[in-house]
Design a protein around this ligand. Structure first.
Ligand code: G3H
Ligand code: 13P
Ligand code: ZN
Length: 298
């Protein structure tokens, strides 16, 4: 059933709730199949690019319809909302939380933009996640360098904006190439920001790219050279320090592509896309199940 995102994060207490990006029915269905089997809360999130790909309201209606009659608790979250029109639409369409991403703006402007969005969202009863510092990496619409969060700024930011959840930049980055050289996740920053702000924290760029997945991806022909992620043990330590929501998109992308490639290569005569898509979904289920079990169980 679709629930308030705050409820899911409160249920977590000292556990981690998985947030997975979706943009089509196959990814949604794979995640929901696993959540219904495990009965563990999960956040389904859609980026601006994901909404554009999925046809906006059509995708949202698909999610809502698919969740009718389900037993596990789900939330529907707008990921990296930068466009105020998209944010307003998400609120109107029934998202249970939204992220306002003003991380590309200077501190004062991020604060003002976030305040404005919090005002709009809270009047509609919708909680808000904001980003402070800059989570680096590359995706469709979000590219940039990493700037770590300043805990003193985080304290001011949360008290002045009234955001419900905060995504501090603590060393992770988006995409399949997360760590270069000595770069690492800063547990001390997570702990200090958690203590100073008192709000549930969100870890972006939290895909793990486990060895088995990269090995299988490589076997299927994906160029995995230089790809790396955040090991599960590191994620669990981040949860102990105050992280409650852990975002993953890249893990699912790699799993989906691996399944599709395997099926396409093994079955060159099969022209029914459903056969190949089913294999892609099987692979998404593997990574989703592993992640949910590891992060939810203390
Ligand atoms: O952090 C954002 C997600 O990975 C979504 O990326 O903008 O390519 O859909 P996208
Ligand atoms: P990954 O690139 O590590 O999957 O992170 C996704 C994310 O942070 C979505 O907001
Ligand atoms: Zn992100």
């Amino acid at each position: 059933m679709l629930c308030d995102t705050r409820l899911l994060l409160n249920m977590a207490k000292d556990r981690g709730v998985c947030a997975f990006n979706i943009y089509n029915f196959e990814i949604l269905k794979a995640i929901v199949d696993v959540a219904e089997e495990l009965l563990i809360p999960v956040i389904i999130q859609v980026s601006e690019g994901g909404l554009e790909y999925g046809g906006g309201l059509s995708l949202v209606n698909l999610v809502k319809t698919h969740l009718k009659g389900t037993k596990a608790p789900y939330a529907l979250h707008l990921d990296h909302g930068r466009d105020i029109d998209v944010i307003r639409s998400a609120i109107k369409w029934g998202f249970t939380s939204i992220m306002v991403d003003g991380s590309h703006l200077p501190f004062e402007e991020n604060l003002k933009f976030t305040q404005m969005v919090v005002d709009i969202a809270h009047r509609a009863g919708i909680p808000v996640e904001a980003e402070l510092g800059t989570i680096g990496g590359t995706e469709d619409k979000i590219t940039g360098d990493m700037h770590l969060v300043d805990p003193a700024e985080a304290e001011i930011f949360v008290s002045k904006t009234g955001v419900d959840f905060l995504a501090p930049a603590v060393g992770t980055s988006h995409g399949a190439f997360k760590f270069k050289g000595k770069q690492e996740i800063r547990f001390d920053l997570i702990e200090e920001v958690s203590k100073r702000t008192g709000v549930p924290l969100v870890l972006h760029g939290a895909s793990s790219l486990p060895g088995w997945l990269l090995d299988e991806a490589k076997r299927s022909g994906v160029d995995v050279e230089g790809m790396n992620g955040v090991p599960y043990e590191v994620l669990k330590e981040a949860v102990r320090r105050g992280i409650r929501k852990l975002n993953a998109d890249t893990d699912l992308r790699i799993a989906f592509i691996t399944g599709l490639r395997n099926s396409l290569i093994e079955n060159p005569g099969v022209i029914d896309p459903r056969k190949h898509l089913n294999r892609g979904m099987e692979w998404i289920k593997r990574i989703v199940r592993e992640r949910m079990e590891i992060l939810w169980n203390p």
